[in-house]
Design a protein around this ligand. Structure first.
Ligand code: SAM
Length: 244
C-alpha cells in the first residue's frame, strides 16, 4: 500500500484530529470490559497517532497497534509506550492473538487505485473471525454510500500548520477521494506537501451479511456512546459467535 500520513500530515493528524478516538474511548472500554468473555489482548488496527491505543493501555488492556504510516506510529509509540506496534497494512500484517480488534476512524476504507477493496475487507473479516474466540469483538467504522454528498472543500489550521482538503465522490464506483494539501512551519518557512486518499464507500446491509457469513452477530450505530459520528459514518459492533 502506498504510504499515507507522511511526516506533516501525520503531525497534523496527531495535533488536531484525535477527537473521535478520544471521545469514543470510554464507550469502547465499556464494551470490551462488559463482553461475554474476558478481553485482555486488543489490536488497534489503523491506530494512527495512538489516542485510542493509549486509552486502552490505561484501561489495563495489552494492546498491539498496527498502522501503515511509520510517521504516525512514531507519534503513537510516544503516546502509548507500553503498547506494542507493527508498521504494516492491516491487510498484510499477521494479526496477533487477541480477543478484540478495533479499527476507528475508517482505516478499513483506505485503498489504492484499482484495488479490489471489497475482497480485501471480506478477507480481513475472515482472518479476524479465524483469530477471535467465540465472544471476541470486532469494532470498526466506515463511510456509507448515499446522501448527503460529502463533496466539498474544507480547511483547518493551527499555530504552525494548515491543511486544505478537496473531497469528491463517485457513488457508482463507490469511491471518495480526498486531495490533501498540508503546510507546516519549519524554521521560518512553511513546507508544502500533498497526499491523495482514496476511500471505499460501503453498503451497511452488505457488510452485515458478509460479517454474518464469517460468523459474526453485528449491531450498528451512528455513534460510539456519547461520541457522534460524522454524516454517513457508521460504527459496527460485531461479536464472534460460537462455531456450529
Ligand atoms: C483517520 S486515521 C484514524 C487513526 C486512529 N484510529 C484514530 O482514530 O485516531 C486512519 C488511519 O488508518 C491508517 N490506515 C489506513 N489504511 C490502513 C491499512 N491498510 N493498514 C493499516 N493502517 C491503515 C492510516 O495510516 C491512519 O492512521
Amino acid at each position: 500500500m502506498e504510504s499515507l500520513y507522511k511526516q506533516d500530515l501525520a503531525y497534523i493528524q496527531a495535533a488536531a484530529f484525535g477527537g473521535l478516538a478520544q471521545g469514543a474511548a470510554p464507550e469502547i472500554v465499556r464494551l470490551l470490559k462488559s463482553a461475554t468473555i474476558q478481553i485482555r489482548k486488543v489490536v488497534d488496527a489503523g491506530c494512527g497517532a495512538g489516542p485510542l491505543t493509549a486509552a486502552l493501555v490505561e484501561a489495563g488492556f495489552e494492546v498491539t497497534g498496527i498502522d501503515s504510516s511509520a510517521e504516525l506510529l512514531a507519534i503513537a509509540r510516544a503516546a502509548a509506550p507500553r503498547a506494542h506496534f507493527v508498521n504494516a497494512s492491516i491487510y498484510d500484517a499477521e494479526i496477533p492473538d487477541c480477543e478484540a480488534i478495533v479499527a476507528l476512524g475508517e482505516p478499513l476504507t483506505y485503498h489504492t487505485e484499482g484495488a479490489d477493496a471489497d475482497s480485501l475487507v471480506q478477507s480481513f473479516f475472515q482472518r479476524v473471525s479465524d483469530i477471535l474466540p467465540a465472544g471476541g469483538m470486532l469494532i470498526f467504522d466506515v463511510i456509507e454510500l448515499g446522501e448527503p454528498s460529502l463533496a466539498g472543500r474544507f480547511w483547518s489550521s493551527g499555530e504552525e500548520w494548515a491543511v486544505l482538503v478537496d473531497t469528491w465522490e463517485d457513488q457508482d464506483s463507490q469511491t471518495l477521494v480526498r486531495s490533501i494539501e498540508t503546510f507546516r512551519r519549519v524554521d521560518h518557512l512553511y513546507r508544502r506537501g500533498s497526499e491523495i486518499h482514496r476511500v471505499r464507500l460501503f453498503d451497511t446491509g452488505i457488510l452485515c451479511s458478509q460479517l454474518a457469513a464469517c460468523g459474526f452477530a453485528t449491531e450498528t450505530a451512528q455513534s460510539y456512546g456519547m461520541q457522534r459520528l460524522g454524516p454517513r459514518r457508521r460504527a459496527f459492533f460485531s461479536t464472534r459467535m460460537r462455531q456450529a
